[in-house]
Design a protein around this ligand. Structure first.
Ligand SMILES: *Cc1c(COP(=O)(O)O)cnc(C)c1O
Length: 227
């Protein structure tokens, strides 16, 4: 694992320093389906940010690893509003895609509320969650109108690239997301600092198109047996 991580970090460094955006890239190690021992191995290799896609699975791992206080846990999978109140264990949630979810986060104490990313569906695949591109401005109109951004820290956007071998199509989806990332800040006078895009199969393209946070599972931990 150590070798795989070192190779990945080196590649990330190369891509980000040579590319057009020169963003500093944050690596989220996606630990869904992997057990605590495997996560500990990654921790010993120096990784400190772990991403899980299910609230319940995350909570049991977080509890088992509660002595490792310098770990940041991210939720990257779809979130149901009835699970929101369990989410104070996360430092960042990547998958916010409704006003209803945002409103649930208003109920938190300010100090316990995680930071949030808005997930957008940049590939228009019906099976994907995330806000469809044509609704993104309506969504942010509503966020500003309800002043949800006053209390809730929206740090930026997340997207999942299209499920295809076609690199051009993947690039287009990431380019569109980067454009929203910039245009939304300008139009609404917001300050974002996180653009979460890129997984094991497409992180290179994502970094070339201006991602600054990539979510990598199988490249670090090997193939998952189930999803
Ligand atoms: C599983 C998952 C990843 C990581 O996928 P890999 O292909 O294993 O790198 C990234 N983002 C999300 C939202 C995921 O669910």
């Amino acid at each position: 694992m150590k070798e795989r991580i070192e190779k990945l970090l080196e590649e990330i460094e190369n891509l980000s320093t040579k590319g057009n955006f020169k963003e500093k890239i944050t690596l989220v190690a996606v630990t869904k389906t992997f057990d605590v021992d495997t996560i500990l191995e990654a921790y010993r290799c120096g990784l400190r940010i772990f991403g899980e896609n299910k609230v319940q699975e995350a909570i049991s791992k977080i509890d088992a690893m509660k002595d490792y206080k310098d770990i940041q846990w991210h939720l990257i999978g779809h979130l149901q509003s009835n699970k929101v109140k369990k989410c104070k264990v996360f430092s960042l949630i990547h998958s916010i895609d409704s006003i209803k979810l945002l409103e649930e986060f208003l109920k938190f104490e300010d100090s316990e509320r995680p930071d949030l990313l808005i997930q957008i569906n940049s590939s228009a695949e019906e099976s994907k969650s995330g806000i469809p591109l044509e609704n993104v401005y309506d969504f942010f109109d509503k966020v500003l109108e309800l002043e949800l951004n006053k209390k809730i820290k929206i740090r930026g956007l997340m997207t999942i690239g299209p499920l295809t071998e076609d690199k051009k199509e993947i690039r287009i989806a990431f380019k569109k997301t980067r454009k929203f990332y910039e245009d939304l800040q300008y139009k609404y006078n917001l300050t974002f600092d996180i653009l979460s895009m890129g997984m094991s199969s497409d992180y290179r393209i994502a970094i070339e198109e201006g991602s600054n946070m990539i979510r990598i599972g199988s490249l670090i931990f090997g193939e998952r047996k189930y999803v």
